[in-house]
Design a protein around this ligand. Structure first.
Ligand SMILES: Cc1cc2nc3c(=O)[nH]c(=O)nc-3n(C[C@H](O)[C@H](O)[C@H](O)COP(=O)(O)OP(=O)(O)OC[C@H]3O[C@@H](n4cnc5c(N)ncnc54)[C@H](O)[C@@H]3O)c2cc1C
Length: 347
C-alpha cells in the first residue's frame, strides 16, 4: 500500500490551499491533489483583479494572492500533486481509497473535499477555427493589462466579469466595446453605469459571427458582428477580442455506493458549518459546501477550512483540542518570530 495520509484534500483552490496549511498546523499528515496544472482555483481566472475584501489585508492582485496562498500551504511540507484529477472515492474499512483519472490510488484516513465549482473551464467561442487565435489575440481571461494598452478591444458578454474587464481596461485602451446577444446586460446596474461613465460602448442584441485573420494568419484582424433586432451586420478592425461567456463546470467526482452525501441543487454538498458531511470521514470546505449562512467568497473558504480541519483533527483524535493552539507558539514559526523580535530590538 502507498503511504497512508491523515487527510487528503481534493482541490487546490483557496479552500484547499488554506486547509493544507491549517492541517499542517494541527500536525496532520497531509496530501493535496489538484486537477489543473496550476494551484489557485478560480482566482487563476482573475490574476489582474484587485481583491479588496480580505479582512485586514490591503487590496491585492489575484496573482499575488495565489502565490502567497501557495507559499503558506507549503509551510508544513505537505505532499502536493497537480495535474491529477480525482474521479472516484471508495471506502475500504476505516480508510478511503482515492482513484485518479491517471490510474493512481491514494490512501487516506479522511478526505476533505475542496473542489469549489468543480473543474472550471471558460465557455469557448463556437466559431469555426477560433481556437487557433487563443495563442494570439483571443482571450478568455485577462492575464496582463499591459497587453491591452492603446488597443481597440471588443468584449463579448454581458455579465459582471465582462463589464468589470471593460471598466478596468477602458482607461488604458484606445477603445472598448461590449457586445451582448440579449436585450439587456445581466451585470449589476452600478457596474453598467460605471462602464458607461468611463466611455465603454455597449451594443446589445449583438453577436460576433465571424473572425477574420491578418495576412499572415497569426491573429484576428477583423470581427463581424450581427444585430439580431435589425438583422444588420458590420465588420470592423480590432486588436484584441475578449470572450466572457461564463464557465463550464466539470463535476466528475463520484463515490462508491457506501458513500452517500446529500447534494443541494444537484451540485453543492450539504454539510455543516463545522465542515462535516453526512458521511463520517468525509469533510468539505469552500464553495462546494452548502449550509445556512455559508459565504461563497474567499473569506468563507478560510473559515470553512479551519473548521473542517479542526473537525478532522477531533475525528481522528477525539481527545484533541477542538481548535488549534495559538499558532505563533508553533515550532515552525519560532525562527521567524525570533528574527522579528531581534529586528525590532535592534531598531
Ligand atoms: C471572476 C471572479 C471574481 C471573484 N472575485 C472575488 C473577490 O473579489 N473576493 C472574494 O472574496 N471572492 C471572489 N470570487 C470568489 C472566489 O474566487 C471563490 O469563492 C473561491 O475561489 C472559492 O475557492 P474554493 O477553493 O472553494 O474553490 P475553487 O477556487 O473553485 O477551487 C477548486 C479547485 O478544485 C479543483 N478540482 C475540482 N474538481 C477536482 C477533482 N475532481 N480533482 C482534483 N481537483 C479538482 C479545481 O481545479 C480548482 O482548482 C471571485 C470569483 C470569480 C469567478
Amino acid at each position: 500500500m502507498q503511504d497512508l495520509y491523515d487527510v487528503t484534500i481534493i482541490g487546490g483552490g483557496p479552500a484547499g490551499l488554506y486547509s493544507t496549511f491549517y492541517s499542517g498546523l494541527r500536525g496532520l499528515k497531509t496530501k493535496l491533489i489538484e486537477s489543473q496544472e496550476q494551484l489557485g482555483g478560480k482566482v487563476l481566472l482573475y490574476p489582474e483583479k484587485l481583491i479588496w475584501d480580505i479582512g485586514g489585508h490591503p487590496p491585492i492582485l489575484g496573482e499575488q494572492f495565489v502565490k502567497q496562498l501557495i507559499a503558506q500551504a507549503k509551510t508544513f511540507k505537505p505532499t502536493m500533486l497537480t495535474s491529477t484529477k480525482v474521479d472516484f472515492i471508495e471506502r475500504q474499512g476505516d480508510l478511503f481509497v482515492i482513484h485518479t483519472a491517471q490510474g493512481e490510488k491514494h490512501y487516506s484516513k479522511t478526505v476533505l473535499l475542496a473542489v469549489g465549482g468543480g473543474i472550471i473551464n471558460p465557455q469557448k467561442l463556437t466559431l469555426e477555427g477560433a481556437e487557433k487565435y487563443e495563442m494570439s489575440n483571443l482571450h478568455y481571461t485577462v492575464q496582463s493589462y499591459k497587453r491591452f494598452v492603446n488597443k481597440d478591444i471588443i468584449i463579448s458578454g454581458g455579465g459582471n466579469a465582462a463589464l468589470d474587464w471593460a471598466v478596468e481596461l477602458s482607461p488604458i485602451a484606445k477603445n472598448v466595446t461590449i457586445v451582448y446577444r440579449k436585450d439587456t446586460l445581466s451585470a449589476h446596474e452600478a457596474t453598467i453605469q460605471e462602464a458607461l461613465d468611463v466611455g465603454v460602448q455597449i451594443e446589445c442584441n449583438t453577436t460576433i459571427t465571424k473572425l477574420s485573420a491578418n495576412p499572415d494568419k497569426t491573429a484576428i484582424q477583423f470581427v463581424t458582428c450581427e444585430n439580431s433586432r435589425t438583422n444588420q451586420s458590420y465588420t470592423r478592425q480590432i486588436d484584441e477580442v475578449i470572450v466572457s461567456h461564463g464557465y463550464n463546470r466539470e463535476a466528475s467526482l463520484t463515490f462508491d455506493e457506501a458513500i452517500a452525501i446529500p447534494k443541494k441543487d444537484d451540485y453543492y454538498f450539504e454539510g455543516k458549518a463545522t465542515g462535516e458531511t453526512a458521511q463520517p470521514g468525509i469533510f468539505a470546505a469552500g464553495d462546494i459546501l452548502s449550509f445556512e449562512g455559508k459565504i461563497h467568497l474567499l473569506l468563507g473558504t478560510f473559515q470553512d477550512a479551519a473548521n473542517a480541519v479542526n473537525s478532522i483533527k477531533t475525528y481522528l483524535e477525539p481527545t484533541a483540542h477542538r481548535h488549534a493552539v495559538v499558532s505563533s507558539h508553533n515550532e515552525v514559526f519560532k525562527e521567524k518570530n525570533r528574527s522579528i523580535i531581534e529586528n525590532s530590538l535592534s531598531k
